[in-house]
Design a protein around this ligand. Structure first.
Ligand SMILES: [Fe+2]
Length: 240
C-alpha cells in the first residue's frame, strides 16, 4: 500500500530528529519538502465544507472504520488536533483557527519548529531574543522583530530555530485557517522546556525591537482538542 503523506512526514521526522545532535540546515530543508506536500485533507480536515455536516471517508489502513472529516471552516474555537508525540524527539499536530482566533506570543525553548499553513490567512508576529534575563522568576528582555506580516496558503513551510528564525511568535487568524506544526524536541516541563507566554512593549525610539515580559497563561486563551481522523500512522509501536 502507498504510504500516506503524513506517514512520509513522520518517517522523515524520525530520520532527521532521532540523532542526539541538532539537525543540520540541509536536513531541515529536506524535511520541509515533506510538509510542503501536505494538504488539509491529508490530516483529516475538510477545508471546503462550510455546511457543518461532516463528510466521512475510509482509511485504507483501517478499512473497517468509517471516519468523519473535521470541518475546518466551522470550528468556533482554536482547536488542536494531536497527531503524534514521543518523549525524545518530536511532536506533530495541527491548530485549526476560526477567523479572529489568536494564539498569543509564546516561545519554543531549545526547539526547532516547522509550520505549514494548510489553508486560510494568518497574521504572524515573531521575535528572537537579543538579551534576556530572569527577574523575580519571570523572563524579561529585549527582542528583535523577525516577522510581522500575513501568511496566506498556499505558501511553503516556515522554520524557526532555538535562537533564530522567530522563536517567540503569535498567530492571529484573518480567515479560518489551519497550521500544521512539527516540533523537536517537544514541550516538556520535566526537561525544562515549558511553554511560556509573553506580552510585548513597543520601544518607539527603537523600531524593530520590543521589550518582552513573561506573563501568566492568558485567561481568555481557549484551546480545545479534537481527535485526529487522518490516515493512521505506523510508528512501529502497537498503540492499540
Ligand atoms: Fe508556536
Amino acid at each position: 500500500m502507498e504510504r500516506s503523506k503524513i506517514q512520509c512526514l513522520y518517517d522523515a521526522c524520525t530520520r532527521v530528529f532521532s540523532d542526539r545532535e541538532p539537525p543540520t540546515f540541509q536536513k531541515i530543508q529536506w524535511l520541509r519538502n515533506f510538509l510542503d506536500r501536505i494538504e488539509a485533507i491529508d490530516v483529516g480536515i475538510d477545508e471546503f465544507n462550510s455546511e457543518g455536516s461532516p463528510r466521512s471517508w475510509i482509511d485504507p489502513s483501517s478499512p473497517n472504520a468509517r471516519k468523519e472529516l473535521i470541518c475546518g471552516l466551522t470550528v468556533t474555537e482554536i482547536t488542536y488536533i494531536h497527531i503524534y508525540q514521543s518523549d525524545d524527539f518530536s511532536q506533530i499536530g495541527v491548530f485549526c483557527f476560526p477567523a479572529g482566533g489568536k494564539l498569543p506570543l509564546h516561545d519554543h525553548p531549545g526547539m526547532t519548529v516547522l509550520s505549514k499553513v494548510l489553508y486560510g490567512s494568518v497574521h504572524v508576529k515573531s521575535y528572537d531574543w537579543v538579551k534576556a534575563r530572569t527577574a523575580s522568576s519571570r523572563m524579561v528582555g529585549l527582542a528583535s522583530t523577525v516577522t510581522d506580516g500575513v501568511i496566506k496558503a498556499p505558501r511553503e513551510a516556515s522554520v524557526l530555530f532555538p535562537k533564530s528564525g522567530g522563536n517567540i511568535h503569535s498567530f492571529t487568524a484573518l480567515t479560518p485557517c489551519a497550521i500544521l506544526d512539527v516540533l523537536s524536541p517537544p514541550y516538556s516541563d520535566e526537561f525544562g522546556r515549558p511553554s511560556t507566554y509573553f506580552s510585548e512593549i513597543p520601544i518607539p525610539s527603537l523600531p524593530g525591537y520590543v521589550i518582552l515580559k513573561e506573563i501568566d497563561l492568558p485567561n481568555d486563551l481557549v484551546v480545545t482538542g479534537a481527535q485526529y481522523v487522518g490516515p493512521q500512522l505506523d510508528t512501529g509501536v502497537d498503540l492499540s
